[in-house]
Design a protein around this ligand. Sequence first.
Ligand SMILES: [Ca+2]
Length: 194
Amino acid sequence: MIEEKEQAINDLAAQVTSLTAQLAQKDKQIAALTAQIQELNLQIAQLQSANADLTNQISQKDDQIAALTAQLAAYQDTLPPAGSLHVADRWASNSKSVELTISGYVRDELSIIRDSGGSGVSTAYITLNGVETFQLTLDDSGTFSLTHTMDADKDAEYTFSLYAADTKEGTTNLGLVDQVTVCSPKTNDKGSGK
Ligand SMILES: [Ca+2]
């Protein structure tokens, strides 16, 4: 009976030794796997950092390309300024003359890039029926406004043409920007109010 008990104790002791050895083996495996994960995490962090650097470099190159493309377009500029012309009349039916408000704007975007600001316009004028009549003074944004009084001749047509040149060095691009034709109010057309 005692021998059986001793045998049982010896068997259990052997099991404990075996399990302890297995436990130590598992701990080693866990430590090895943890080290591998740490190494992989380090590699991921390095790759993410390299990725961010490259993305940043690409973004800088894109900015440079956009700036150079704009410069190139400015040097190749062949277009006159763009803008618009408005002519509004204030006229009373019993008046023999009419006051016109002539306003609008003119700008040259590529000249603005070349000049780093301003309206990009070197000269702007309006012809009235083909005759240069108004030399325009533009503000910094290229807008203008003036008044002009003329006779309210019956059935007369007046064509206002806005011309402008940009600031491109050597040969400025001069051209027609906008055109408005107004009919003179009829002096005998009483009661229309306009
Ligand atoms: Ca131009």
